[in-house]
Design a protein around this ligand. Structure first.
Ligand code: SF4
Ligand code: SF4
Length: 391
């Protein structure tokens, strides 16, 4: 399916879903300040599956934030759920979260972190990484621990990792276990429903999946099975072009993701007060107006920079390059302006700095319409930039 073949009826159907049936109501947050332009009782809350955790539909992705004042503003405004990871900013992200929350009541916030122990890691390796995360966070436990960036069922059910997650939970270091995925999402979500081990799933989800019945049906199955569903990458990259002349309507994109009642909260990345205010305004209103719908529909007619993680390019490269990983790296750099993450992803892909140079003809057909060869040539060079020059 191409972007232009988007089924308009499906797109609008999800984009205008009513909020009826969701209980509105805010926590009584004593330190709300002038940033809070929403009435507390207007905030839409949803329950994170069988965990029983109730959250505002807008949470905070901390990944790129490096200013604790943004965390403070988000907490004061009423956001309760903060998402970080062991690997973000080489640990500094978890440290910042820990320093901010160390004197806050533990029941006033929900912390999720993610660990990617590497495919060959042992149970002990995984648990050691968790202990490092807990030290950085200055917490005795995290509310949600994800196995980070899962892309296939072998990874999802790696016995060492399952054992580590079970042990962490039994030792009280973790309240709920989950996994995050930005590739092959529908199959993994269905596998999780069938198996019943994971309690929470953090998945890529945005308007570019409007017509993806496989994914939307999997989300419904998971929701119905009591799995908590958290959406990420809701802005589909935020920009449609490398030059950053064509922004995605991010508020509309967040509304679109949250208009699916099977998504319980989303974690837009927030690095400024402006982003905080824009995202938080969605917490009480997920109805798309006509202009917002139009903006998203127009965006769908552009190729953009968002790799859908559909896995269709898997195995197509005659030189066995991990194309979707490299397209994701490209997106991190050119759309998210996060070159450090792009470099990390390129290095993890284990390719040379010009991996397409010896290839006469590209055999890869990308579902999104990317010029794969050009994008790989652009992004693979980033591994030559010393990490200290990148943010
Ligand atoms: S041009 Fe690059 S991505 Fe395309 S087939 Fe050749 S090596 Fe693979
Ligand atoms: S590069 Fe294209 S085909 Fe491959 S996963 Fe991304 S969107 Fe799908």
């Amino acid at each position: 399916m191409t972007n232009s073949s988007l089924n308009r009826r499906n797109f609008l159907k999800l984009g205008t879903a009513a909020t009826a049936g969701f209980v509105a109501g805010g926590r009584n947050h004593a330190s709300a300040n002038s940033f809070n332009q929403l009435k507390k009782n207007d905030v839409i809350y949803r329950t994170l599956g069988n965990t029983g955790i109730r959250l505002p539909i807008v949470s905070m992705g901390v990944m790129r934030a490096d200013n604790p004042n943004i965390l403070k503003a988000a907490y004061n405004i009423g956001i309760t759920h903060f998402d970080t990871a062991h690997g973000y900013q080489e640990g500094r992200n978890e440290e910042m979260v820990g320093n901010f929350f160390k004197d806050k009541p533990r029941d006033s916030f929900i912390i999720a972190t993610k660990i990617n122990p590497g495919r060959d890691a042992s149970t002990r390796d995984f648990l050691d990484m968790l202990d490092v995360s807990l030290r950085r966070l200055q917490m005795e436990y995290v509310d949600i621990l994800y196995l980070h960036a899962v892309s296939d069922t072998k990874h999802l059910y790696n016995e060492n990792f399952i054992e580590a997650l079970k042990l962490a939970k039994s030792e009280g270091k973790v309240k709920h276990v989950g996994f995050s995925t930005h590739r092959n999402m529908a199959d993994l979500i269905n596998a999780a429903v069938d198996n019943g081990f994971y309690e929470v799933i953090l998945t890529t989800y945005n308007f570019r999946y409007a017509d993806d019945e496989h994914l939307n049906n999997a989300l419904k199955r998971a929701h119905d099975a009591g799995i908590g569903i958290i959406g990420m990458k809701n802005m589909a990259g935020g920009w449609l072009d490398e030059q950053k002349t064509k922004p995605v309507n991010c508020k509309a994109a967040l509304k679109w993701a949250l208009s699916n009642p099977h998504v319980h909260t989303c974690i837009p990345g927030i690095v400024s007060y402006e982003m905080l205010m824009e995202n938080w305004s969605v917490a009480s209103d997920v109805q798309l107006d006509n202009k917002e719908k139009n903006d998203l529909e127009l965006a769908l007619h552009e190729t953009g920079m968002f790799c859908k993680g559909c896995n269709e390019c898997e195995g197509q490269c005659s030189h066995h390059l991990p194309v979707s990983d490299l397209m994701r790296s490209y997106m991190y750099n050119y759309a998210y302006s996060y070159p450090a993450k792009a470099r990390e992803t390129v290095l993890a892909a284990g390719v040379s700095d010009n991996p397409c140079s010896g290839c006469m003809e590209c055999s890869v057909h990308c579902r999104a319409g990317f010029d794969v060869r050009k994008k790989i040539s652009d992004i693979a060079r980033i591994q030559n930039v010393p990490s200290e020059f990148l943010v």
